[in-house]
Design a protein around this ligand. Structure first.
Ligand code: UDX
Ligand code: UDX
Length: 434
């Protein structure tokens, strides 16, 4: 059993802290947002993540998981301090490290015993060295025995607990290999591959992994756009490709592109790092351009189907950036809604989990309580997020409610032949338009 402090109770920190508690450790999660901590102390989750609420409750009951705003009590006797605060994009796409700095300085101010400082947040290559400098500078002549380890997270929202408990790999990077090996002990119960490397390599593994996954998606989306013109079906192209073991089937779903709090931020940050150090990241720039274009193409398809978007009502199903999360950061729906409104369209939208977050950012949008309210008197229906509950909606009712039987299936969720047979004008992504 180890004593662990996790700084930041967002999608990454809260899942990380709770899962370490579930493994039998003593964990204190800290956040500087009072509302977040007060909510957690009352059992209210600040985020929607399947299974998290129950796991938090179990570990709070077992007195392994604690929440506080106070750094001193959070760090008291801690052997490990995980930094899992946000690393949002700055103006030029660089990662904003102000919160990482604040956390590192708080550790430096308070800790007077040996500690491992672990970067769980996604940080640019070289940040680990920088965090060590921040701590040393802050300590001045007060010595402190510490090491910094990079331990990037590979958690997908919506499956974060499973991704933590059954990871493909744990990556640990440090200039102090003993420190990384010591941290590996925390992950031993997971019985997974634990890779120990140097700091910068670990930081780059995180960025390169996310950028590669985003590249796969932009690649299949570009192939999908060709399929539309050439009369092929991108879903079957992806299936045929994926049977090649070197390619594999995952992350080849054509759609409205990638969003969320990670891919957009991480690809931009990697591009920024490249340009800053003199490498021209043509591929990354193309990956981002294709992704932006995927949203514009969706708007173009709707405009073509309706003749104009001005004064038309578009129903949007799904606002979160992917199913099984309430996170709307950089979601395709948000960007498409913005583009549609710019052309004079009226929007009515629904999401199974993200309505609270959506209501904070979507002002002139009618927020609905069901897919049927979204379809009511709409000139077209766009599926932006492939929630399970949209799979079996009643299309007879949808058709009666729509002003025009026009559907843009942004995630190829539905059966195109069935919908065409019901008289819908069905448009998918990467599939022949009827
Ligand atoms: C984010 C990024 O999404 C992810 O790519 C990166 O690896 C880690 O940072 P996430 O958990 O999504 O992960 O961040 P977010 O949901 O924004 O939560 C960050 C939390 O840190 C918030 O609760 C915020 O209040 C807290 N925080 C922020 C602190 O506790 N201290 C600070 O100084 C700043
Ligand atoms: C991602 C990485 O998968 C994870 O390893 C990392 O730690 C954080 O970033 P996440 O952003 O939560 O996780 O979601 P993910 O499931 O990767 O989807 C990212 C985006 O890509 C979503 O917008 C999703 O809709 C889109 N996507 C995913 C596709 O468009 N097609 C696909 O085949 C897969």
């Amino acid at each position: 059993m180890s004593k662990i402090c996790v700084i930041g109770t967002g999608y990454v920190g809260l899942v990380t802290g709770t899962c370490f508690a579930e493994l039998g450790n003593q964990v204190t999660c800290l956040d500087t947002d009072p509302a977040r901590i007060n909510g957690l102390l009352q059992g209210q989750m600040p985020i929607y993540e399947p299974g998290l609420e129950q796991l938090v409750e179990q570990n709070v009951q077992a007195k392994r998981l604690h929440f506080t705003q106070d750094y001193r009590s959070a760090l008291e006797g801690a052997e490990y301090a995980f930094i899992a605060v946000g690393t949002p994009s700055g103006v030029d796409g660089e990662a904003d490290l102000q919160y990482v700095k604040a956390a590192a300085e708080s550790i430096a101010d308070i800790v007077d015993f040996p500690i491992l400082v672990i970067n769980k947040s996604t940080v640019p290559v070289g940040t680990g060295d920088w965090v060590a400098d921040v701590i040393r500078r802050r300590r001045g002549d007060r010595s402190l025995e510490f090491s910094v380890v990079s331990n990037p997270e590979f958690l997908r929202e919506g499956s974060a607990i499973n991704d933590f408990m059954s990871p493909d790999r744990v990556v640990l990077g440090s200039e102090d290999r003993k420190a990384a090996t010591r941290l590996a002990e925390l992950y031993k119960p997971l019985r997974c591959t634990i890779m120990v490397t140097d700091l910068r390599t670990a930081e780059m593994i995180k960025y390169a992994s996310n950028a590669f996954l985003a590249t796969r998606i932009s690649f299949i989306n570009e192939i999908g756009n060709m399929c539309e013109d050439l009369g092929a079906d991108v879903r079957e192209v992806a299936q045929g490709m994926g049977l090649d073991k070197r390619i594999g089937p995952s992350f080849l779903d054509a759609g409205l592109g990638w969003g969320g709090s990670c891919f957009p931020k991480d690809v931009k940050a990697l591009e920024h790092m490249a340009v800053l150090h003199g490498t021209q990241p043509q591929l990354l720039q193309a990956v981002m351009e294709i992704n932006r274009n995927q949203r514009r193409r969706a708007v173009m398809k709707l405009r073509k189907a309706l003749g104009t978007l001005n004064e038309k009502t578009i129903g949007i199903l799904g606002i979160s950036f992917k199913p099984n999360t309430d996170d709307i950061r950089d979601s395709a729906a948000l960007e498409i809604i913005h583009l549609l409104i710019n052309e004079g369209a009226h929007i009515q939208a629904y999401d199974p989990q993200a309505m609270d977050n959506a209501s904070k950012v979507l002002k002139n949008v009618k927020l609905c309580e069901s897919p049927y309210e979204v379809a009511d008197s709409a000139d077209a229906l766009l599926l932006a997020t492939e929630w399970n509950e949209f799979k079996q909606i009643d299309f007879v009712k949808i058709k009666q409610l729509l002003r025009n039987p026009v559907i843009l299936d942004g995630r190829n969720l539905w059966d195109s032949e069935l919908l065409k047979s019901m008289g819908f004008t069905y448009m998918g992504i990467g599939r022949a338009i009827n």
